[in-house]
Structure formats: structure tokens, C-alpha cells
Design a protein around this ligand. Structure first.
Ligand code: ZN
Length: 566
């Protein structure tokens, strides 16, 4: 789930945007002439669009914070607020002007447009392929990073003709402008200088307050890094943070907003507090990894002797405030940073789970889904405990199964290389299913309380519909659809016509999960591209029952809109 999900969803959106822009190339010329202050066309269904996002308070345990923590937190939130302004500019050059205009409007309906504009950081609906809900101008593929009429072809040709400027032009941390008939790469710290000064100042003030040496060093270096447009040193110090309750990531990171070249990084910030108790819980799971690997129901030739190492340490935090890129549209529940390859090689990465964001989505989305699709008895057993633990289990179970395998040509390679475009759906399913398969073992070892086991199964089945309601175009959605169809075929999940709901068949669910685990682990262990393709073809289809269930979920919000306490 989580990090990858966000990446995949966002890049899909970008592909859609790029396609739309290409298709409407001739239209774009006409629309460009529209001034942002001329009367705008407005989509009539703004209330329905707003209803897809349910405002939710992002709560966290205040009582674990010391006076010093709270003072630092205030400074970090102040710094993050400045990030919003920069991202408005990055997302769309006219965004802030539109926002100011709607804020001044006395027309009551404009408040809804303003609200939706803020959710999307601009007049383009991120849930609807970035089509405009305000005005008719199309979103430039290069968002606010490039001179608006610049095409991919022109950019590439210019770079080819100016090799001396290639590095600056292609840098993740420059914007591209036209100057005297040439393309100029303007560094972020120059372009956003006025916005960055108070951000850096707030970070320095936070550094002056904290008595945690690692946090102080990081915040000072980050403030300098933002002003110098150089993030290497502070990225490394972020990995080294130790024993600090309060923490932030802040700066330009992901490049998905740049639909033209996929080069330019968007500013964002997460301000959060570490949940040390939950991190201990995760360490406990990792302690069982090798035993879980041994316990997998396939021949030794289809699994490695030991579980693979985890790609990055797992952290659990409470989100206090977010800003910029990450706040636009669908909310992140986990992230892996930093993105800089050099830092990744030298220091690795951290994976951070935002526990209260996960809980908010559980309460506002997954629980209502479970009420519509699950039989009343099963539905009672759906819990946040189960959902959160499954999220963690999924993540660590990517390490299970075969790591390096013998490829069809006799060479050694990764499963990913062998399964190609089918890898993601199979691998995501494997992580889900091997986690659920391990429940009886973890109960036996006393790690999962016995009375929680049923919650894990019911919550797993409800979770299937959280993913597939958006279709099977994305690896997680396809993965869950396959799991659902397989388990129904094995009668581990039964559709009850009388109640029009799904029921877990408690006599068959464990065996069904076992057979599913065997199927997926064998495909990966063999590295068989053809078997993967056949499995997806057989089980990746939407039948009448599935469509009927999805239909029932239409009015359940798509996501939360975070409301911050700070
Ligand atoms: Zn995953």
C-alpha cells in the first residue's frame, strides 16, 4: 500500500494529464487567451465534488509532548505554512490569483469553489484527470515549472543543442523560463527566495529551542540547505535523527507534478511526532520474519532460505501538519524519503507511516465500506487494530518468498525482472496474502492476541473493496481483485443473495488463503512470466457481484480532507 500506491496513482494521473493535453492541443491555444480575471465558467456539480472529501481532524496525543516539544512544533508548523505558498506557484502559475479573487468574492457559492480550489491547489480536479472545474483553461503539462507553452520536444531539442546547460536545465531544483529567446534555468532558491527566507528563519528558531542534538543539527542544516538549494547534508542528517519526539521533512521532493518531463521537484512538508511504542511493535514483527518465511507453504526451491532484509527501517508517527504537494488531493498514509540517489546509497531511506492518517481513513472510508459489503456478524469484527497491523504486515511481507531466482535463460535475477509488467500486481498480492497466511503462526507465538485473529480476516476482506472500488488499473486494485475472485472460487468468501452481502466462510478461509499463497509464491519462485499473465487473466476480471458491491460504495467519500489542530 502506501508509498508505492501514491506514486503509482500520481503517475497515472500525470499520464492522463499528458494525454489530455496532447489531445486538446488545438483547443489549448484558444483557451490560453482567457484572462484569469474574466468571468469564469464553473462546473455545476461542485457540491458533489466536495463531498468526495470528508473533513477530518488530525488528532494526536498532546500529553506525550513536553513544553519544549510544543514550542519546537509551533516553529515547524510555521515553516511548513510557507511551503503551501511555494507549491501553489509550482502547481499552476495562476493559482494564487484565482484564490485571492475567490476570497474577495461576495457570492456565497464561490466559497465552495474556493474550498475545492484549496483541496486541489488550483482549478483542476485531481480526481478527474485534472480537468478544470473553474474556467476552461487546461492545466499545463509542466504545471508551474516551465514557461507555459514549452513543449517536451522543444525542451529536449534545446537541451541537446546546449550540453553546457544540460545539468541546470534538467535539475530537479530549477524552473525553466524564457529569456531573450533562450531557455534559462532559474534555481529554486532564487525563484522562491522571498518565500524561503521566513521558512529558513522558522527552522533556525526551532533549532535554537530544541535540546536534542540530532534534531538541532538537522534543522540548522535544512535551513541552510533550503537557502542554498543543496539538500544532501540535511537529507543525511534526517536519516540520523535519534530519540527526538518532534520531527519534520521539508523541501522539494517528488516530481509527479511535473507532467511534462518528470524532472522538477515539488515542495512539501510533513510535521509529525514519533510514536515510539508502535515502532517497538513493528520491531516485534520483524523478529518473526525468518520464521514466517520458513512457515510459507511452498517447496524450499520457491523461497529463499531467509527473508530478504527490509529495504528501509519502518517508522510510525502522528501527522501534526502537512503542506504543499502531499496535501493536494488524496492524502498520503506513508512515505519513503529521501529521493536523492546518492543519499540512498550512502545512508539508506526511512519509511514513515502516518498512523492518525491511516486511522482517519479507516474511520471515514473503510468502516463505512465494511458496513455496506460485509455480513452484519463479520462486520462487527472489523477494527482499526486489524487494519493498522495489516498495513505493517503487508510492508514487511514484501521481504518474504523468493528474492533472487534463476531466470528462464539460466541467469540469476530478480523476480521483478522475470515477471515484468505483471510483477506489481503479483507482488502486492503476495505481500497481502503471506501476511494473512502468517496470522495463525503469530497467534500461536502469542504475538497477535487470539481474540484479534478474526478481526484480521474480516478487516482484510473489507479492505479489498477499499482498493478495487477505483478499478483494476493500478497494481493494488488489480492485486486485490485477483485475491477476491480466487477466494470466492474456493468458497472462502461467499456472496449471500438474500442479504446482498459477503460472508467469510470460517471453515474455508484459512485453506483458501493457503492455496492463494501457494499460487502466488510459486509464480514468483518460478519467475514464470506466462503463469503470472495467466493468473491475472483468470482472476483479474470484474464480475457482476463485484460491480454490484462497488456500486453500493458510490457515495462513500474518496478521501479525507485533513483539518489540523495547529
Ligand atoms: Zn506493497
Amino acid at each position: 500500500m502506501t508509498g508505492q500506491k501514491r506514486i503509482i496513482t500520481k503517475s497515472l494521473v500525470m499520464i492522463l494529464v499528458a494525454a489530455l493535453v496532447l489531445l486538446s492541443g488545438c483547443q489549448a491555444k484558444k483557451e490560453k487567451e482567457e484572462s484569469p480575471v474574466s468571468p469564469m465558467s464553473k462546473t455545476p456539480d461542485i457540491k458533489e465534488r466536495l463531498a468526495k472529501f470528508t473533513p477530518t481532524e488530525m488528532t494526536f496525543p498532546m500529553d506525550i509532548l513536553s513544553t519544549e516539544d510544543r514550542q519546537v512544533l509551533e516553529k515547524l508548523v510555521a515553516a511548513a505554512r510557507g511551503i503551501d505558498t511555494i507549491f501553489w506557484k509550482q502547481a499552476y502559475s495562476e493559482g494564487l490569483a484565482l484564490k485571492a479573487r475567490l476570497e474577495k468574492s461576495t457570492e456565497p457559492a464561490d466559497q465552495d469553489y474556493l474550498h475545492f480550489l484549496k483541496i486541489n491547489f488550483g482549478p483542476f480536479d485531481r480526481q478527474d484527470g485534472n480537468k478544470p472545474f473553474l474556467g476552461t483553461a487546461a492545466k499545463p503539462a509542466g504545471a508551474g515549472f516551465y514557461s507555459p507553452e514549452l513543449t517536451k520536444q522543444e525542451f529536449e531539442e534545446y537541451v541537446k543543442a546546449h550540453p553546457e546547460a544540460k545539468e541546470a536545465l534538467e535539475s530537479s531544483y530549477t524552473v525553466i523560463k524564457r529569456k531573450d529567446g533562450q531557455l534559462a534555468a532559474v534555481p529554486y532558491n532564487e525563484e522562491y527566495a522571498a518565500d524561503l527566507a521566513p521558512i529558513a528563519q522558522a527552522l533556525k528558531e526551532a533549532a535554537a529551542i530544541t535540546t536534542n542534538a540530532s534534531l538541532k543539527a538537522y534543522l540548522e542544516a535544512r535551513a541552510e540547505g533550503l537557502l542554498a538549494n543543496d539538500y544532501y547534508k540535511s537529507d543525511c542528517l534526517w536519516i540520523d535523527l535519534k530519540d527526538n519526539r518532534v520531527e519534520t521533512v521539508i523541501g522539494p521532493f517528488e516530481v509527479y507534478e511535473d507532467g511534462l518531463m518528470g524532472l522538477k521537484a515539488s515542495y512539501e512538508s510533513f510535521v509529525y511526532i514519533n510514536d515510539f511504542d508502535e515502532m517497538k511493535n513493528i520491531k516485534g514483527y520483524i523478529g518473526f520474519l525468518d520464521e514466517m518465511q520458513k512457515n510459507l507453504p511452498v517447496d524450499a526451491k520457491y523461497k529463499s532460505a531467509k527473508a530478504a532484509g527490509l529495504e528501509s527501517p519502518l517508522n510510525v508517527v502522528y501527522e501534526v501538519f502537512t503542506a504543499g504537494d502531499t496535501k493536494a488531493g488524496v492524502q498520503t498514509i506513508a512515505f519513503v524519503l529521501p529521493n536523492d540517489e546518492k543519499v540512498r546509497e550512502e545512508k539508506g531511506t526511512k519509511k514513515v507511516f502516518l498512523k492518525n492518517a491511516i486511522e482517519a481513513k479507516f474511520n471515514k472510508i473503510l468502516r463505512p465500506i465494511s458496513e455496506r459489503v460485509l455480513d452484519a456478524e463479520d462486520q462487527k469484527k472489523v477494527s482499526f487494530y486489524a487494519y493498522f497491523n495489516e498495513t505493517i504486515l503487508h510492508e514487511i511481507c514484501h521481504a518474504l518468498g523468493a528474492n533472487f531466482i534463476t531466470l528462464p535463460d539460466g541467469s540469476k535475477g530478480s523476480v521483478n525482472k522475470a515477471l515484468k509488467e505483471h510483477y506489481s500486481a503479483i507482488e502486492e498480492s503476495k505481500a497481502d496474502v503471506t501476511g494473512i497466511y502468517s496470522i495463525p503462526l503469530l497467534v500461536e507465538r502469542g504475538w497477535i492476541p487470539k481474540d484479534k485473529a478474526t478481526e484480521l480476516y474480516t478487516t482484510y476482506v473489507a479492505g479489498i473493496f477499499r482498493s478495487i472500488r477505483f478499478g483494476a488499473n493500478e497494481a493494488h486494485g488489480m492485486g486485490f481483485l485477483m485475491q477476491f475472485n480466487f477466494l470466492r472460487e474456493k468458497q472462502a468468501i461467499i456472496y449471500d443473495q438474500a442479504t446482498d452481502k459477503l460472508k467469510i466462510n470460517w471453515d474455508k478461509i484459512r485453506d483458501g488463503i493457503k492455496e492463494l499463497a501457494v499460487a502466488l509464491l510459486t509464480i514468483e519462485g518460478k519467475g514464470s512470466y506466462d503463469d503470472a499473465a495467466a493468473f491475472i487473466k483468470t482472476y483479474g476480471r470484474m464480475d457482476e457481484v463485484t460491480l454490484k458491491m462497488i456500486q453500493k460504495l458510490k457515495d462513500i467519500p474518496v478521501d479525507i480532507e485533513p483539518v489540523f489542530l495547529y
